[in-house]
Design a protein around this ligand. Structure first.
Ligand code: GRF
Length: 205
């Protein structure tokens, strides 16, 4: 019997990865339940989807908390009270502290739009173009306290075309991000991938 996964998804913006995860749970492609979606700001576009679909959601506005520690403690409280046992960062634009990360060992993953460890941080697609990269992609990885660090679960690769702009490259990459995120969650929820002593362990199906 595998763990019943109760997902908490953290967003800051558009929320297309969050919507892809929600659709996969809904269709049975992913055996997990979304316990709650939390936005760290009132303007996160992804909140529209939460309201329209009546999915459980909350706003924990970073600006309302005097410190990062106070913000994170509100986050933990909300996640725990919703019954969350696994956290998906989906366009969540805040670096989580070591305290927060250690509170959820092997239970937080993130997606980043590059083939990590290349092009960490903001505007990864623009960074790839500026560097003249011929290929880039996306990475789903376990979260550590370092920015866009942590052991890789899966990646998808895409060619950078000669006329690509950050916008065209991002648009082509986005469906691969969604597919990669669902694939990572499938592996985890089936018990085929887990984090052990900071290393990703894979079991063959
Ligand atoms: C994605 O490109 C993701 O890789 C990055 O932020 C973006 C979020 O997009 N971390 P969305 O909010 O999921 O649409």
């Amino acid at each position: 019997m595998t763990t019943p996964y109760q997902l908490g998804i953290l967003i800051s913006g558009r929320g297309s990865n969050m919507q892809a995860i929600a659709a996969a749970c809904q269709s049975g492609q992913l055996h997990a339940t979304i316990a709650i979606i939390i936005a760290d700001n009132l303007d996160a576009k992804g909140l529209d989807f939460c309201k329209q679909t009546n999915i459980s959601h909350a706003i924990i506005d970073r600006k309302s908390y005097p410190t990062k520690a106070a913000f994170e403690s509100a986050l933990t409280e909300k996640l725990k009270s919703a019954g969350v046992n696994f956290i998906c960062l989906a366009g969540f634009m805040r670096l989580l502290s070591a305290d927060f990360v250690n509170h959820w060992p092997g239970q937080i993953i993130n997606i980043h739009p590059s083939l990590l460890p290349a092009f960490k941080g903001l505007d990864a697609q623009a960074q790839a173009i500026a560097a003249g990269a011929k290929t880039t992609g996306c990475t789903v990885h376990y979260v550590t306290a370092g920015m866009d660090e942590g052991p890789t679960i899966c990646q998808r690769q895409i060619d950078v075309l000669p006329n690509d702009t950050a916008a065209t490259l991002s648009a082509r990459l986005l469906p691969l991000e969604h597919e990669c995120y669902i694939n990572a969650l499938q592996l985890i929820t089936k018990g085929l991938v887990r984090l052990e002593n900071g290393v990703v362990k894979v079991t063959k199906e």
